[in-house]
Design a protein around this ligand. Sequence first.
Ligand SMILES: [Zn+2]
Length: 264
Amino acid sequence: MRSRAVLAFGLGLALFLAGCGDPARNPSQAAGPMPSAAATPPAPKPTASPRPSRTTPPKPRLRPLPTTLPAGLHRSTGDQAVALTFDDGPDPRWTPQLLDQLKADHVTATFCLIGSRAKRYPELVARIAREGHQLCNHSWRHDINLGRRPVAEIRADLIRTDRAIKAAVPNARIPYYRQPGGRWTPEVVAVARKLGMRSLHWSVDPQDWDHPTAKTIAKRVESAVRPGAIVLMHDGGGDRRPTLAACRHLIPELKRRYGISPLR
Ligand SMILES: [Zn+2]
């Protein structure tokens, strides 16, 4: 009997064998009181655990994205001069280089800042403001679906981002909001307006986020730019060497042809 018990244990069968003589060696007994020998069922496998619940939290309901851009977007400077806008920073690798270049060319731009990054790099936000550039709220964590969420959530996100910027620059003026991905809804435009921000879209997008060469970025801007254009580029969110290289050519060129002015 004893050898059978050892065999059973060795096979992991955890069967309770009544009267086998050495209860201390019986793993089942260590786990607790056992039913009578006559009705011994196989013990549950010790590794068995409840199945993970299938009730994952329901996905938040997003309102549908409108098929056309909502009213109230700022898409032109309103005069001859073009405006340069840079999104997704601040970034310690690229933003300082871009600021150096803008300074060397004596132009100012608009920086659409991600709140969590502004919190992380307050000294860059301070430098952007100190050098006369315009500030724009670009949401806390670049949520492209933000405009589709409940209004209270949109509001909280924009306020949090404004606060991070103002923590770096206490008297910062943040006259613009730009929706990540350009996925605007009337609701996000309305929330931004109530918080004192105009909704800043663009008219020229060279798609530098898709990592084309510097030459391609410059060509795309030059072929699409018109008087009053708002040009979208990026100083954060990836390797921005092509954008910086394109700007070395573009900034003097746009300045000569149209003038570059900050957004009012
Ligand atoms: Zn962005």
